[in-house]
Write a protein that binds this ligand. Structure first.
Ligand code: 13P
Length: 249
């Protein structure tokens, strides 16, 4: 059965020293608690090796990976490099990458293949912008994002993917999808996966919600049958804000 997951996305925040202190503090705090979900922190590339070495029950992921295997791509970081640090996860297709770095569904397909080939679990992000939501096109948009990037995968490989639905209008805005909006589209996403890979694969796929998720709303969001956890931005940068979200399970 699918896992409950709370994943942090630190984005472009924290120096290495601040990042180590945050990860270490989180691990120490979790050592004293019993959690009912997997905890992942997705962190800047340069933090990966150091932090993967100091956490035990917290897993580490990158926030992006290259769409090429290796070679003359100055400044890029490959999936193999990420895996070599001890990281186990990688966020692919975050809306900030799609919007600011022009990452298309085709590019994200390549990134997903390389992540899987290197043993990384992709946390694959999908979600509509405000105008699309206002035009009632959210289902169409997420279906296109999933099918163009992921539906050439075998059922076995698709089974390794974590999906994260993040309505772009809710990211960093303090505006959260309502519980009903989240459940409705998560159910649609699961139904879309079932249409391609069958009910068992769909039932085993963890679908996270992201977008202004915090200690105050996590419990009611996670109580939805099709919401299997959260991808947390701002609130993952402080232990006292992130812990209550983990404890919402
Ligand atoms: P916020 O939680 O800051 O809205 O960010 C969500 C997000 O983009 C996580 O990937």
């Amino acid at each position: 059965m699918r896992k409950n997951i709370v994943a942090g996305n630190w984005k472009m925040n924290t120096t290495l020293q601040e990042g180590i202190a945050l990860a270490y503090g989180l691990q120490v705090a979790l050592n004293e608690k019993k959690t009912n979900c997997d905890v992942i922190i997705c962190i800047p590339f340069i933090h990966l090796a150091s932090i993967a070495g100091i956490v035990q029950t917290v897993s580490v992921g990158a926030e992006n990976c290259a769409d090429k295997t290796s070679g003359a791509y100055t400044g890029e970081v490959s999936a193999a490099m990420i895996a070599s640090t001890g990281a186990k996860y990688v966020i692919i297709g975050h809306s900030e990458r799609r919007a600011y770095y022009g990452e298309s569904n085709a590019i994200l397909k390549e990134k997903t293949l390389l992540a899987l080939a290197n043993g990384l679990t992709p946390i694959f992000c999908i979600g509509e912008v405000l105008e699309e939501r206002e035009a009632g096109k959210q289902n169409e948009i997420v279906k296109k994002q999933i099918s163009e990037s992921l539906f050439d995968l075998s059922a076995e490989d698709f089974g390794k993917i974590i999906l994260a639905y993040e309505p772009v209008w809710a990211i960093g805005t303090g505006k959260t999808a309502t519980v009903a909006q989240a459940q409705e589209i998560h159910a649609f996403i699961r139904q879309t996966v079932a249409g391609k890979y069958g009910k068992t694969v769909a039932d085993n796929t963890s679908i996270l919600y992201g977008g202004s998720c915090n200690a105050g709303n996590a419990k009611e969001l996670f109580a939805n049958p099709d919401v299997d956890g959260g991808l947390i931005g701002g609130a993952s940068l402080a232990i006292d804000k992130f812990l209550p979200i983990i404890e919402a399970f």
